[in-house]
Design a protein around this ligand. Structure first.
Ligand SMILES: [Zn+2]
Ligand SMILES: [Zn+2]
Length: 228
């Protein structure tokens, strides 16, 4: 196979175990060298609320601040990889330059995570402006490549101003940018939901989305992102 990221050719070795036990999980599309640049957050000590490295017990200081504002929120986040130069370059190419094919880069890990989930999968929506610029919702792209069924229950009704262009304080104070698509009113009532985004930065986006779904009758929320 040719690595989807760097293009290098790598001999493919599919173990019998993978063929027999994990038929629903495709082989990785990255070479060993590219995979070696990723730092997994699935093993090791992380904060349950946001998946960042955290060796002490309980939630990290940022999550504790959120806890004060959202006392009933369950604080269960899974991020696959630590944010670093590799993830940054991938986000630039996939999300900002709009190279849709790169949504396949974490297919195997996404499949492995979601094949065990029974929750309703809801992607974080993007603004119409972003969708026009990019041509696609990058979160839906990730799920589509992995073959994960999702429910696009949220609508972005904010200004579409980029989160990354605001400072931390401004992002914390930003108004609710999401609303429920009425068509899905009944399908989220009483349901356990897993919200999906590409990157967990401050948590602001997830809390807005979770708030909107909980107010509309969702029973519980957990969250997932590629990186933290
Ligand atoms: Zn590579
Ligand atoms: Zn945390």
């Amino acid at each position: 196979m040719n690595c989807l990221w760097c293009g290098r050719t790598q001999k493919e070795v599919i173990k019998l175990r993978e063929l027999v036990a994990f038929t629903k999980i495709d082989p990785t599309v990255r070479c060993d060298s590219c995979s070696g640049k990723l730092v997994s957050l699935l093993k090791g000590t992380v904060c349950l609320g946001c998946s960042r490295y955290w060796i002490e017990e309980g939630l990290c200081p940022d999550c504790q601040k959120w806890k004060a504002a959202y006392p009933n929120y369950p604080f269960k986040h899974t991020a696959l990889y630590q944010y670093n130069e590799f993830i940054k370059e991938w986000i630039e190419a996939y999300k900002y330059a709009g190279d849709y094919r790169l949504g396949e880069l974490y297919k195997k890990e996404i499949q492995a995570f979601f094949c065990k989930q029974k929750e309703l999968v809801i992607p974080i929506p993007i603004s119409d402006k972003s969708k026009m610029l990019r041509g696609f919702n990058q979160v839906e792209g990730l799920l589509e490549f992995a073959g994960v069924k999702y429910t696009p229950a949220l609508i972005h009704c904010g200004t579409g101003e980029k989160q990354s262009s605001k400072n931390r304080k401004m992002r914390m104070l930003s108004p609710q940018p999401f609303k429920l698509n009425d068509v899905f009113q009944d399908s989220i009532k009483g349901k356990s939901v897993i919200l999906v985004d590409d990157i967990y930065t401050t948590g602001r986006t997830f809390f807005h989305a979770a708030d909107c779904l909980l107010k509309n009758g969702a029973q519980s929320i957990e969250t997932f992102s590629i990186s933290r």
